[in-house]
Design a protein around this ligand. Sequence first.
Ligand SMILES: [Zn+2]
Ligand SMILES: [Zn+2]
Length: 382
Amino acid sequence: MFVTGKRDYYEVLGVERNASEGDIKKAFWDLARKWHPDVNPDDPSAEARFKEINEAYQVLSDPEARSTYDMYGHDSGVAGGGWASDFGGFDSFGSIFDAFFGGSPFTRGAASSAGPVRGHDLRASVEITLEEAAAGVKKEITVDRMEMCERCSGEGTEPGTARTTCSECAGRGQVHSVSRTVFGSFTTVTTCPKCRGEGTIIDSPCSDCGGGGRIRKRGRIEVDLPAGIDTGSRVRIRGEGDAGLRGGLPGDVYVYIEVKPHPVFKRDGIDLRVEVPVSFTQLALGAQITVPTIDGSEIGVSIPSGTQTGEEFRQRGKGMPTLRGLARGDMIVAVRVVTPKKLSKEEKALLEQLAEIQGDDFADASKKQSKWRGLFDRWQKA
Ligand SMILES: [Zn+2]
Ligand SMILES: [Zn+2]
């Protein structure tokens, strides 16, 4: 059974019919990188395209299959045969990718290093103030990362020199060996040990990177932290991690946020708590107090007369913003009586007068508290 309606393999790879092996390989690499499903998670057609590219490459990169294809086209059967178009055995596109760039699926699991490798993700942490968390802030962070070598543009070769074709595998990246058994002879294909599947060798490595194509550097990255961010939040900066290898994508940087404790405000999710010291007279008579807000302004809070210490006054919308910025939490203002440590003569006289009016007996304070004492005793016995 021959599949009809297939695109011409040369057309798929965008190369001339007389293209060299190198041209075909290069076209394949460029296209495979572009259409790899991992790179196009939102494009469902990428998978089909990637398979088509692979199939075309498997045929055109094999001189024997290529000449058969040249003579008979798709009707030759080269397309449907072999493992090139069978993806069933692979658990992910990553492994398909590895297998094809590494040489063949038979070497899967072996250390094949010929394909593009995505750079590592890196981790960084940044400490911000609660004010910064409330308003959002831009921070500059530094990361030690592998960056592309500028001297060789990541090629690994000394400028002016080029990679040369591997003599061991003649540039194919694979070596074949035939083993004969009672069931017949089997051809085993393995990654070329000399070039590790790359098909080429660096004769003059770049003097800066030693042929690796990357150099460890300290990179500065600006990170935009949105308002409402909290300790434990993680911000991902795409493409700022280690540079990839052999054209692989760079990794990402994950920035972990730590919000420093605030001397005045305590954060409780999107709410803020603030404790305001007040005097007994302010609570007894009622007062208008001024409370700072996290954005640096102030609000007035009315304390009604007869307020008890510890009572809370919720200020709607004066807390932290939510991460999407759609809402704001509240600020909870708790009042707490502060007993004066020093009294002026006048204050003392007035307080004594007040105590007298209230009937406080300082000689025997327990008398007045007898009803509390009773409760206390019962609780102790329980
Ligand atoms: Zn270099
Ligand atoms: Zn080789």
